[in-house]
Design a protein around this ligand. Structure first.
Ligand code: ADP
Ligand code: MG
Length: 324
């Protein structure tokens, strides 16, 4: 690397005068490890996600988007726990130390970090094939972390935002509308929604692998099943436009099974639905009721007219048959 490792860290990652100067950071970047203060009435919530070039993002993804996304996918996990993001660490593996690349990467990452007042407190830099790992740390009032388990028969199923945009962008590649590509490259972690769901949602998961797969994980936690109202699944105007241009194909499969949405899927007992809807309507992404928890294992899909809709392809078979 042309830049020394220390020079690189100092120039791009160490921001002593950062917009986010949290007073709970005792020691940030520069010592052997970071030191933070965890309030006595809080639980610490930890998560980590790695993005590998060509696996988790297309090779042509901008460095700004990679920086944003590496943090965003972790903030999405914290959101699903109802945690308030506080600090993060960053491990980057780079083929070379390219100044323009690093500046854009840092810009994308810190724009999101500053928005949520989450501070980079340490990390690592190594040389090799491009890969980025973030570990995020959040706080919840003791005992109040939201979980995947907890759904009950009769609970309403909701999702935030819209589904399938990122999947459509991936499928269409360079032909994708800019708004769809934006959703793939710059996902919006639903941090505010996660905080608002504390004490109200019975179960929460973030949708990283598609609604069917992730709702499937939520259901596995309690051995229950679900009915999804296929026509109620929220889709963006851009996805609807792409569908209209494709002989009206509603793209149910993309909405249900493509990854990278980073929305939240959550369940709410009937008595709390009005409170949840009024809280979330005011927040980024809002929410849509998309189904109900049932006792019979498996995920079934129903159209507005009451007819059932069966996902195409054998890949979805196990959801339908309730094998998990
Ligand atoms: P050590 O040799 O003790 O492992 P490093 O040389 O890896 O220390 O890192 C020096 C300091 O810079 C540490 O505080 C470390 O947390 C921080 N650091 C290293 N890489 C990054 C990075 N990508 N982002 C933020 N801080 C980093
Ligand atoms: Mg080190």
């Amino acid at each position: 690397m042309a830049l020394s490792e220390f020079e690189l860290i100092r120039r791009y990652f160490d921001r002593p005068q950062a917009a986010v100067g949290r007073d709970d950071v005792v020691l940030g970047i520069g010592d052997d490890a970071a030191v933070v203060t965890v309030p006595g009435d809080r639980d610490l919530v930890l998560c980590m996600d790695t993005l590998v070039a060509g696996v988790h993002f297309p090779e042509n993804t901008s460095p700004e988007a990679i920086g944003h996304k590496a943090l965003a996918v972790n903030l999405s996990d914290l959101a699903a726990m109802g945690a308030e993001p506080a600090w993060f660490t960053l491990s980057v593996t780079l083929p070379q130390a390219d100044a323009d690349w690093l500046a854009a990467f840092a810009r994308g990452m810190f724009r999101l970090a500053d928005h949520y007042r989450v501070q980079l407190v340490g990390g690592d830099v190594t040389r090799g094939p491009l890969s980025v790992t973030v570990q995020a740390h959040g706080l919840v009032p003791r005992g109040e972390a939201l979980q995947r388990k907890g759904a009950a028969v009769g609970d309403c199923i909701y999702v935030t935002g819209t589904l399938g945009d990122a999947g459509m962008a991936l499928q269409q590649g360079l032909r994708a509308a800019p708004a769809l590509r934006q959703r793939l490259d710059f996902p919006s972690p639903r941090v505010e929604a996660g905080l608002a769901l504390r004490g109200l949602a019975s179960a929460v998961i973030d949708i990283s692998d598609g609604l069917l797969a992730d709702l499937g994980h939520l259901l596995e936690a309690t051995s229950l099943g679900a009915m999804l109202w296929i026509d109620s699944l929220p889709r963006s105007a851009s996805l609807a436009a792409a569908a209209a241009a494709n002989s009206g194909n509603p793209h149910y499969d993309i909405i249900l099974t493509s990854g990278d949405d980073y929305e939240l899927c959550f369940t709410v007992s009937p008595g709390q639905c009005a409170a949840v809807e009024s809280r979330l309507t005011a927040l980024p992404g809002g929410c849509s009721a998309v189904g109900v928890i049932e006792a019979a294992p498996g995920i079934r899909c129903q159209r507005q007219d009451g007819s059932s809709w069966v996902p195409a392809g054998s890949g979805y078979q196990h959801f339908r048959n309730g094998n998990g």
